[in-house]
Design a protein around this ligand. Structure first.
Ligand code: DP6
Length: 324
């Protein structure tokens, strides 16, 4: 039997979403800009069933892990006048919940699978809005290359659009897996806490400027400007976590070691920048010419470190797979 699955790739924000205006509708307080990655994606297929079930990589998930999936399906049912239960099967190439943004591909693939199941042929903008209701970062995973999620002011105006789906930019992202254990503080909880930081108002004020500068860096293919700004933006986000009341951090000792190494390598002439999300795993931004030397250096410092070299990935797509 041939089944059509929805595939969505994860994205990493270079200008980050970290703070909500409306938690229920997942409306952000700032616009964000991301790079969709080729190496990490989620494949999802759904069909009608007598009760809701969710399998991830072939394993049936306990109710708690499935809650957000079922909540989004309930919302989609409501919006499109359905009352079906579903069996959802997802296959993830992303280490779930380790700060590699697995929810971005997961919820984008889920809305894609729903759209396909009912042959709704929803527009990318509508899919982007629906994916947002599952997880904010999923809003951007409908698109490939570089995408911008404009914050908007309500459900209808908060969606992503492609900035450049096929960028001709020499940009590699090395995902370094220092720790793939699920994170202790979810992004939802982390960003809610961060809003208590005295730095939060400044973070919001700078958003428009940083977004404009990043857009300019991309347009002029200026890797240095892009890297510097991405690193600054990530540091700002994590500074808010440290200064929240109460403060917290996603950093592990190895995270800080690697941040210091990156600065050292730059002094030695290897141009590399870091970004990191709601977890201890660092992502390095570099150009092709430096992938080899950075990989070698990482292997000499960390035992058994897993490094995944990735670049631009596509937006939501469908493919036929044969099943027994
Ligand atoms: C640090 O999209 O996971 O990766 O909307 O609460 O599900 P929820 O949060 P989520 O947050 C992602 C935060 C981030 C930055 C980003 O991707 O923009």
């Amino acid at each position: 039997m041939i089944k059509k699955i929805a595939r969505a790739h994860t994205n990493i924000a270079l200008i980050k979403y970290w703070g909500k205006a409306d938690a229920k509708q997942r409306l952000p307080l700032m616009s964000s800009l991301s790079m969709t990655l080729d190496a990490f994606y989620t494949d999802t297929y759904l069909e009608a069933a007598t009760e809701n079930t969710f399998y991830l990589n072939g394993i049936k998930q306990a109710n708690r892990a499935s809650e957000r999936v079922f909540a989004l399906l309930a919302l989609l049912n409501e919006r499109y006048g359905k009352s079906t239960h579903y069996q959802v099967r997802s296959y993830n190439t992303v280490p779930t919940a380790a700060g590699l943004a697995s929810s971005s591909s997961a919820f984008a693939a889920l809305v894609g699978a729903f759209d396909h199941y009912y042959q709704l042929e929803l527009s990318p903008r509508t899919l982007s809005r629906l994916a947002r209701m599952g997880s904010g970062s999923a809003t951007r995973s409908i698109f490939g290359g570089f995408a911008i999620w404009q914050k908007g002011h309500d459900d209808a105006s908060s969606y992503a659009y492609p900035l450049d789906e096929q960028p001709e930019l020499d940009l590699h992202l090395l995902a370094i897996e220092l720790n793939t254990a699920p994170k202790a503080i979810s992004s939802t909880a982390g960003m809610a806490l961060a809003q208590s930081s005295p730095l939060f108002a400044g973070w919001l004020t700078r958003n428009e400027l940083e977004l404009t500068e990043m857009t300019q860096a991309i347009a002029s293919k200026d890797f240095t400007q892009l890297g510097q700004l991405a690193e600054l933006n990530a540091n700002e986000m994590h500074a808010m976590n440290l200064t929240a009341q109460p403060g917290f951090t996603y950093f592990e000792p190895a995270t800080i070691t690697l941040m210091q190494l990156v600065r050292q390598w730059r002094i030695e002439g290897i141009e590399v920048y870091y970004t990191l999300d709601a977890g201890p795993n660092i992502k390095l931004l570099c150009q092709l010419k430096n992938v080899k030397i950075i990989t070698e250096r990482l292997a000499s410092v960390f035992d058994n470190v897993k490094i995944i070299n990735t670049s631009f990935g596509p937006g939501l797509s469908y493919r036929n797979v044969s099943c027994r």
